[in-house]
Ligand binder design. Structure first.
Ligand SMILES: *Cc1c(COP(=O)(O)O)cnc(C)c1O
Length: 387
């Protein structure tokens, strides 16, 4: 696909937008396109929608005709417009359009790989680490990533609505004074209305020992129109940090850059999380482009995740050896700010475990043998105890 911003890319993007509007018997209108409610109402959610937009492969058609009940399909027009309609291997398309590969079960696959259900203190509240909790706010997203770690919950309507859970959640958090950090995720919390989000954040901020609030969201990438000055004001008022989710440099469009600018100008610290995906971003050059692109829009790459072994996602995963090799091609070769921490979220509920290329290659008493980014070995002698 031609690179973003080039004239051929602009032409393809415009023709995709027009094609997408025709799926719904509408004509392209920039004002409607830029309205996040219009985007949500015009998501591609069925075989018929996707068939009308893309040249589907048999593999995709089979996945779409069988898979939609297990884990919903949904793609915002914004995200769909970045696809190549003629190429099933397109890295944007493979993230959100299912294939028949989702019916394959691989060794080690699990429904709940991170053991979240088991670690739930209250429904939708995972307290795994000593001082922080994960709060699952909603079970819907703007679009559904086929490699989702929470496909067992998300899109299924199996999570009780937040207002019904809120009393128990707040009671738990008030009683657990060791919790200083609440991570809101889901589902995508930024799909809540400004008022509901404001109310949720206010009730958390009223708990004195909670110092740090952050939201995990893919809305800036799937639905950048949702990032409005009003939303930024809510996030700013409650001093929220955001962890965004991006997989591929083609996602960093001018609309996404504008959304991140609005957030960064509003004082919202921005980090990003990326899942390592076979044939989509399991390549040091692609990831470097992504991480450099993120730094340009003031987003600091935070985590690179080894893909969780969710049932039916083996075709999207790659090996840990590949991940380590990619990390060795990043660290030292580019700005440290552009290098996230590579982690495996331990299957069975052990939490995130960082995995790195070996740098401590030997030790002889107080002498440490360390290998640098270029593969050369250096020695560091520990300080002597002074008498
Ligand atoms: C990822 C995660 C967190 C946050 O971990 P950090 O390393 O602090 O970003 C907290 N709780 C759960 C259950 C998580 O999966």
């Amino acid at each position: 696909m031609p690179s973003i911003g080039s004239a051929p890319a602009q032409m393809l993007l415009q023709s995709n937008r027009e094609r997408l509007c025709r799926v719904f018997n509408e004509t392209y209108d920039p004002a409607r396109w830029g309205d996040w409610r219009w985007q949500l109402r015009h998501r591609l959610t069925s075989l018929d929608h996707l068939e009308a937009y893309l040249e589907l492969s048999d593999h995709e058609r089979l996945g779409l005709s069988m898979g939609v009940e297990r884990f919903a399909v949904s793609v915002t027009p914004h995200f769909a417009a970045l696809m190549n309609p003629h190429d099933p291997a397109d890295p944007i398309r493979r993230q959100v359009v299912p294939t028949a590969d989702e019916f394959n079960v691989s060794r080690g696959d699990m429904e709940d790989p991170c053991g979240e259900d088991h670690a739930s203190a209250v429904e939708g509240l995972v307290h795994r680490y000593p001082d922080r909790v994960l709060l699952l706010a909603l079970d819907t997203c703007a679009s559904y990533c086929r490699y989702c770690t929470r496909s067992r919950l998300v899109s299924q309507g199996s999570l009780d609505p937040l207002p019904r859970r809120m009393t128990d959640i707040l009671d738990y958090l008030r009683a657990h004074t060791e919790v200083r950090d609440v991570l809101l995720s889901g589902g995508d919390p930024l799909l809540m209305s400004d008022d509901r989000l404001d109310a949720l954040l206010s009730s958390l901020r009223e708990i004195e020992h909670i110092e740090f609030l952050r939201i995990g969201t893919r809305v800036p990438g799937f639905l950048p129109q949702r990032i409005t000055p009003e939303l930024v004001a809510v996030l700013r008022r409650h001093r929220v940090w955001l962890s965004l989710h991006f997989s591929h440099p083609a996602e960093l469009t001018p609309e996404v850059a504008a959304a991140c600018d609005l957030l960064a100008d509003g004082g919202i610290p921005l980090g990003s999380q990326t899942v390592l995906l076979r044939g989509i971003n399991d390549d040091a050059e692609v990831l470097k482009q992504l991480f450099h692109g993120l730094l340009k829009i003031r987003v600091r790459p935070y985590y690179l995740y080894q893909a969780d072994p969710v049932v039916g996602t083996a075709h999207l995963r790659t090996s840990i050896a590949k991940g380590i090799e990619i990390m060795s091609q990043l660290r030292g070769h580019t700005s440290g700010y552009a290098v996230p921490t590579y982690v495996v979220d331990a299957p069975g509920g052990g939490g995130k475990i960082p995995v790195q290329p070996e740098t401590v290659v030997g030790r002889d008493g107080d002498a440490w043998q360390l290998r640098n980014w270029a593969g050369m070995t250096y020695s560091y002698i520990d300080p002597q105890e002074m008498g």
